[in-house]
Design a binder for this molecule. Structure first.
Ligand SMILES: NC(=O)c1ccc[n+]([C@@H]2O[C@H](COP(=O)([O-])OP(=O)(O)OC[C@H]3O[C@@H](n4cnc5c(N)ncnc54)[C@H](O)[C@@H]3O)[C@@H](O)[C@H]2O)c1
Length: 253
């Protein structure tokens, strides 16, 4: 039975994972960590991970970016694998994560959905074929409670596109002060916020007389929760290093 400590357990994603985990017999949440440490389920909830002294196989984080430094201080000395699903980290935090990954296994993905892993693969292929001639823009839509913009997934898609293009492309977030035609070497990034939208991502390839759009729509948080539990099982017992959805998908093939 895989033992999971869940950081951010009382948030929207934390509750979705708690619900899904309760229906499975192969894993259990043994402790929750949350800035608001109300006990909402069967497991104990702590404001500080260091308060939990029991056994754990994997720490899963769906909290907030500022939690990372303390989580690494908890996970690294214990050799505890960390599944980092939280988004919005600074460059300095990502550098600290890379250093930590020399000692622990880290799984990091801004989007735990298997469908998004396929979307990223398709976008890479489309960019290789169309990227030299088509204008590429990325649009994402999320609920009005989301803190970071653009989403971590939109940034991951943009970095995928940048890596495949035959020229250096710049990400452009705001054009409202410009009065000039769209240069070829940019990728427009658009973040829409409203209501309860779970998460939508679209990559548009606009060419002469045709537009190709590749998109993904998450209709429930369960897709992320399900992918996260899948990834937690994949991560337990792994060697130190950084893993992502491509590794998980490759392990399924
Ligand atoms: N990778 C994915 O597939 C995926 C999917 C959805 C959301 N997310 C990300 O997961 C994170 C959480 O999303 P959400 O919608 O559940 O947010 P939320 O605001 O509903 O929940 C966050 C929870 O974290 C708690 N928290 C805040 N600071 C904390 C700290 N320092 N330590 C421990 N807990 C703390 C809050 O009290 C809250 O209960 C966000 O970064 C979001 O972008 C990732």
């Amino acid at each position: 039975m895989l033992k999971i400590a869940l950081s951010g357990c009382n948030g929207r994603m934390g509750r979705a994972i708690t619900e899904l985990a309760s229906q499975r017999g192969d894993l259990e949440i043994v402790a929750g960590f949350d800035a608001v440490p109300t006990k909402l389920s069967t497991y104990p909830v702590y404001a500080d991970p260091f308060e939990y002294t029991g056994e754990v196989d994997v720490c899963v984080d769906f909290s907030t970016a500022s939690a990372l430094d303390h989580l690494l201080a908890y996970c690294v000395p214990r050799g505890l694998p960390l599944l980092l699903a939280t988004t919005g980290h600074s460059d300095a935090q990502l550098a600290a994560l890379r250093t930590a990954s020399e000692q622990i296994a880290v799984f990091k993905s801004p989007n735990m959905s298997l469908g998004i892993a396929v979307l990223r693969d398709l976008v890479c292929r489309a960019t290789r074929i169309l990227g030299a001639d088509y204008d590429i823009e990325i649009v994402e839509r999320h609920h009005n409670q989301k803190l970071d913009a653009p989403s971590g997934t939109a940034l991951a898609l943009a970095h995928d596109v940048q890596a495949e293009l035959p020229f250096e492309a710049e990400l452009v977030y705001d054009r409202h002060e410009r009065r000039e035609k769209r240069p070829k070497n940019e990728i427009g990034m658009h973040a829409l916020r409203g209501g309860t939208i779970v998460g939508e991502h679209e990559v548009m390839f606009a060419g002469t007389n045709e537009v190709i759009s590749i998109s993904h729509s998450a209709q429930s948080r369960e897709v992320f929760a399900s992918g996260a539990l899948h990834a937690a099982k994949y991560l337990a017992g792994r060697e130190p290093g950084i893993y992502d959805m491509r590794d998980l998908v490759a392990s399924i093939n």
